[in-house]
Ligand binder design. Sequence first.
Ligand code: AMP
Length: 112
Amino acid sequence: MNCLFCKIIKGEIPSSKVYEDDMIYAFRDINPMAKVHVLVIPKLHIPSADGVDEDNSAYIAHIFEMIPYIAKAEGLDGGYRVITNCGDDACQSVKHLHFHILGGEQLSDKMC
Ligand code: AMP
């Protein structure tokens, strides 16, 4: 499968790792949209939020268990935003489910 984020997980493409365990990988976005911009991905290839089901939802639960830990490690004491783009209308550009963690500064009050 020719998936950019699967290649990042395997170390075939370099990334700036923030956190890793047996289920998930977190790394810095190459084009940050805030002072802190981290992507959190499941090690299992799930194309988008639309592909979450009862067989793989443990990965998503684990991502959300670890987001507070990652946010704390990144110093996001003032809060942060978690976003996932799902499908073409949402401009999802990488078809491997990922959650953006944005923070480190005052974010816009506009969601889109
Ligand atoms: P989305 O548009 O929601 O699919 O987000 C994909 C994100 O992946 C964008 O914010 C890109 O900047 C980011 N991205 C693409 N390639 C890389 C890469 N090689 N390393 C880190 N982030 C990347």
